[in-house]
Design a binder for this molecule. Structure first.
Ligand SMILES: *Cc1c(COP(=O)(O)O)cnc(C)c1O
Length: 449
């Protein structure tokens, strides 16, 4: 289980992956003449149609190679739409404070001015601030980018009201569809107020990711924006190849085809149930930062460790690294809220695996209590020492906790010893490397052979 919140690390089934190794798909040049690419073009047409149906939009372009590129394409469509109506001066893009960093970056790249909308204490868009910002920028308003469900892992109950307010001021609504794993088969952004969205096929639609791509970030638009899809004349292409990275599309095609409408809906419901199960079991051990009015989360949940860290000195880094000793990949750290962990189990994990994660988190909570009780010093305990490699256990040992606790935190739990996964490296210096850039600027002569 890789419970990275916001990333939707779901199963990449072998049956979906195999076709991309078939020469008929794999060996096709991205610029092959259309007459030679009939099969791939059929597959692209199917997928575009299915994604349009699932999202409630009129048309989809598979050209963008990432969600962020889909955002860029979508905002270019909005800008071109305003231009086509003689409203080229509309250049303000409202973005909630909780948004993914790519939203603001894409808006700037598309030539827009970013205006941030505050977040309410519930994690939702602050409606009063939204109205204030619309009143202030109305005639210049180009777009609002909103993520639904939000990056706080909650379905914003007032999303229609938000969309309506933007439309009333002459703006367009960009619904960031990266969290579509909580929507497919349940709700359609094009139906609740979106004019344009991107999807992440490498999240919701099973293309593997985490290793750097290629991804696919289709841009989906309502009828009035269709002429402004990338590469259709009014807006130029956003990617070198006409269909982006068609080589990986058979994965998503197979996923949708194999699941069918009912299967996709069940996957969504299962993903949401899994996240709510995690939240329900962990809530008494770690506060869950945001929940809807009924106390539920969407497809992910944020565990708030800030108070625990303040009281005990144990940091989210300690918890994340300690999970490696339990054989579990850490969740997303400090996004979208610093000092928290965001967990997204997806529908792909079975109950046993989700319980393994929850039990590890509960085990870690008990270890934190022992630090808090003074049994272990905050500077030398199984959490601060994590992760423990086999090599470090074989070395001289002068810690106040045993090697057994270091390597087998769940002790005698049946089946734990024989399933031990050894972390290959210990902790390195956190963000040191990110903050101390090593610049090597060799003279031009160094490149002359
Ligand atoms: C992942 C993500 C993106 C960006 O998608 P990339 O494919 O990584 O460029 C945008 N918005 C949200 C909410 C995301 O989770």
């Amino acid at each position: 289980m890789i419970p990275l919140g916001s990333c939707t690390m779901k199963l990449n089934a072998a049956v979906e992956m195999e076709p991309i190794t078939w020469p008929a798909f794999a060996d096709l040049h991205p610029f092959a003449p259309e007459a030679d690419a009939a099969g791939t073009l059929d597959l692209i047409t199917d997928l575009e149609r299915w994604l349009a149906e699932l999202t409630g939009y009129a048309a989809v372009s598979l050209q963008p190679n990432a969600g962020s590129q889909g955002e860029f394409a979508g905002l270019l469509a909005i800008a071109a739409y305003h231009r086509s109506r003689g409203e080229a001066h509309r250049d303000v893009c409202l973005i909630p404070a909780s948004a993914h960093g790519t939203n603001a970056a894409s808006a700037v790249m598309a030539g827009m001015r970013v205006v941030v909308v505050a977040t309410a204490p519930t994690g939702d868009v602050d409606i009063d601030d939204l109205h204030a910002k619309i009143a202030e920028h109305g005639p210049s308003l180009a777009a609002l980018m909103i993520t639904y469900p939000s990056t706080h892992g909650v379905y914003e109950a007032r999303v229609r009201e938000v969309c309506d307010a933007v439309h009333a001021a002459g703006g367009q609504v960009y619904v960031d569809g990266a969290n579509l794993n909580a929507l497919v088969g349940l709700a359609r952004p094009g139906a609740f107020g979106g004019d344009v969205s991107h999807l992440n096929l490498h999240k919701t639609f099973c293309i593997p990711h985490g290793g750097g791509g290629p991804g696919v970030g289709p841009v989906a638009v309502a009828e009035h924006l269709v002429p402004f899809l990338p590469g259709r004349g009014a807006v130029g292409p956003v990617s070198a190849a006409p269909h982006g990275s068609p080589g990986v599309l058979p994965i998503s095609w197979a996923y949708v085809r194999l699941m069918g409408t009912d299967g996709l809906r069940r996957a969504t419901l299962t993903a949401v149930a899994a996240a709510n199960y995690v939240a329900a079991r962990l809530r008494e051990h770690y506060p869950v930062l945001y929940a809807g009015s009924q106390g539920h989360v969407a497809h992910e949940c944020i565990l708030d460790l800030r108070a625990i860290s303040k009281e005990t000195g144990v940091t989210i880094d300690d918890v994340a690294k300690r999970l490696a000793d339990y054989g579990i990949h850490a969740p997303t750290m400090s996004f979208p809220v610093a000092g928290t962990l965001m967990v997204e189990p997806t529908e792909s994990e079975d109950l046993a695996e989700i319980d393994r994660f929850v039990d590890a988190m509960i085990g870690i909570r008990a270890e934190i209590e022992r630090v808090a009780a003074g049994e272990w010093p905050v500077t030398d305990n199984p959490l601060r020492g994590a992760p423990h490699t086999a090599a470090c256990l074989a070395d001289k040992w002068d810690h106040p906790y045993s090697r057994e606790i270091a390597a087998y935190p769940l002790g005698g739990t049946p089946g734990v010893h024989d399933r031990k996964v050894w972390p290959p490296v210990r902790r390195i210096e956190g963000a040191y490397g990110d903050r101390h850039l090593v610049c090597s600027c060799p003279p031009v002569e160094a490149f002359s052979s």
